[in-house]
Design a protein. Structure first.
Length: 180
C-alpha cells in the first residue's frame, strides 16, 4: 500500500509541475502618455516634435515620436536594436496620435515573461477635408527574435479588441504589413 501511495503522489506532483510550467498567454499594459514616459526630446516650435521613452515588458521599451502632428511608435529590444513601425506609412499618413495604453501579449512560463506581440490604438484623420474626424484603428505588432513589425491593422468594430488579440496571438508567422 505504501509503495502505491508514493507512486500516486509522485505522479500527482509531476502532473502539477507540468501544468505549472504550461505556457500561458495573457495581457500586460503599459502607458504611452507623455506624463508616464520619459521625455528625451521636445521642441514645440517645430510642429510639436517630441520623442518619449515609455516602459515596456521583458526588457523591451517603446518610443513615441511626434512630428508635424503625426505620431508613430518604435520598439526597442533588450539588445537596444530599434524597430521603427512607421505608422504614417503602414497605417495612415493623416494627422494621428497613438492611444494612451499599449497592450503587450505575453507568454508566461513559470516566472519567465516573454512578449510575443503588442497592440495599441492609433487614431488617424484619414480625410483631409474633415481633419477633426478620426478613425480609431488597433495596430497589431509581432515580436520575434528575428523581427518586430506591424502585421495587422484592425478597423473599428464592436469586436475589434477580441479580433486584435486573436491576430496578435498568431502573429509570429505572419508577414509584415506592407502599408495602407
Amino acid at each position: 500500500m505504501k509503495k502505491s501511495s508514493i507512486i500516486a503522489a509522485t505522479i500527482a506532483l509531476c502532473v502539477f509541475n507540468a501544468f505549472s510550467q504550461t505556457k500561458k498567454t495573457e495581457s500586460v499594459y503599459t502607458d504611452l502618455t507623455s506624463e508616464k514616459c520619459i521625455t528625451i526630446e521636445s521642441n514645440p516650435n517645430e510642429g510639436g516634435s517630441y520623442l518619449g521613452e515609455c516602459a515596456g515588458i521583458g526588457g523591451y521599451r517603446l518610443e513615441v515620436l511626434e512630428g508635424d502632428l503625426r505620431q508613430t511608435v518604435n520598439v526597442v529590444a533588450p539588445n537596444r536594436k530599434k524597430y521603427e513601425l512607421e505608422l504614417w506609412n503602414k497605417v495612415s499618413s493623416g494627422f494621428s496620435a497613438v492611444g494612451d495604453k499599449a497592450e503587450w501579449r505575453i507568454v508566461r512560463t513559470g516566472k519567465t515573461v516573454k512578449p510575443m506581440a503588442l497592440i495599441f490604438r492609433f487614431n488617424a484623420s484619414d480625410n483631409p477635408e474633415y481633419s477633426e474626424q478620426n478613425t480609431s484603428y488597433l495596430v497589431v505588432v509581432k515580436i520575434t527574435k528575428a523581427e518586430v513589425c506591424v502585421t495587422n491593422v484592425v478597423k473599428p468594430s464592436a469586436k475589434a479588441n477580441i479580433e486584435a488579440r486573436k491576430l496578435a496571438d498568431v502573429s509570429a508567422n505572419k508577414p509584415c504589413h506592407s502599408g495602407n
